[in-house]
Design a protein around this ligand. Sequence first.
Ligand SMILES: [Zn+2]
Length: 67
Amino acid sequence: MSDNGQYCMQCNKKLERDEKAIYRRLVNRGAREYLCIPCLARYFKCSEEDIKKRIVQLKAMGCTLFG
Ligand SMILES: [Zn+2]
């Protein structure tokens, strides 16, 4: 199973590893399609900064979804 070459299902932006990880963490652990951070922020009606902060927090907690 390769995670390469995935694009945001909304805007088609190429996804970073973190973007997929946060989507799994916040939306659906078994997700196979993802949103980029800007689209995810819109989905949650919060700011991109909030999402990025969550990523930093989860990494600091040693969340296993962030390799
Ligand atoms: Zn997007």
